[in-house]
Design a protein around this ligand. Sequence first.
Ligand code: PLP
Length: 363
Amino acid sequence: MVDKVYNFGAGPAMLPEPVMQQIQKEWLDFEGMGVSIIEISHRAKEFVAVLDEAQSLFRELTGVPDNYRILFVHGGARMQFSALPLNFAGCVASKQCLYVESGNFAGLAAKEAQAFCNVETIASSAESDFDRIPELGSEEINQEAAYLHITSNNTLYGTRWNQFPETGSIPLIADMTSELLSRQIDYRQFGVVYAGLQKNLGPSGMAMVIVREDLLGHADKQTPTLLNYTQCDKDNSLTNTTNTFAVYVIKLVLEWLKEQGGIAAIEKRNEEKAARLYQVIDGSDFYRGVARPADRSIMNISFKLATEDLDAKFLREADDIGLYALKGHRNVGGIRASIYNPMPLAGVEKLADFMEEFERLNG
Ligand SMILES: *Cc1c(COP(=O)(O)O)cnc(C)c1O
């Protein structure tokens, strides 16, 4: 046993230690009620206060404007791949929806939408194995379409959009699952932003959806009630029994984030953490980065060694010293360090030192 394990898993991912300690501390007795937060009704005033607080903290931290609604929905990010066309394709008669294929989840989002709308993939970086964000000219964005969907941070390949596309009069929708709350974003650029919770926000199985008010009210008649964002908004995310535990954890994570100095402060730390790992990758021929430098993510750092045997040896030895879950996604191979908000600089430094040492011994 090593004394300290650093969890580099892509998701479900590490949570801030103070958050887990607080959960443990009040697990049997929530705010003096003598019962656990997960034993009370989702309509109890104590739980509704937690939900309202999570929404208002999110708004305070991100600066999401008042004309956007903040929803908690079921089924993680991938359930939204169906919900998006069901809710928004009906904004236009053609039901045309535009997608950019910048990676695995971006492709899955488009594939899922095909059942509900006319999908057009207008740009892709598949040809270069998703090592970049595809080029996209504004003339390619048909102003008659219902929306343009992008994946702001590509979790497997470690790329991200640095500058978001100008979509003119049609709404931009972004899957921000692997980076929500990790950097400052001007939400006014988006019609909808959504994220599964298990990467930067809390437990798995739920998602947050931030939607501009004027886009609500166009859901297809066949939309299941629990996928209907307009209904969800009317019911303050409590159409049915929500995952009360997940909402409670998000609230604690948001409080933690506020204590850290908010998004500007966490972004600065995230930049430093990523820079430390990219410095090792760039300073060596032993490690090859998956993403091209101009499009690199600060959340997921993917790289490869010369052979699969070396990858395996790296993973084994890293695991032995408490550097956990560094294996790259099966579609990509190699190594991936997911360094979300809660990962301390010390964890990244330990990994960077290990990488340098491993290169010395095996390079
Ligand atoms: C992890 C991930 C998903 C899948 O999330 P689920 O909650 O498992 O559906 C979707 N999109 C992106 C960008 C992801 O990183």
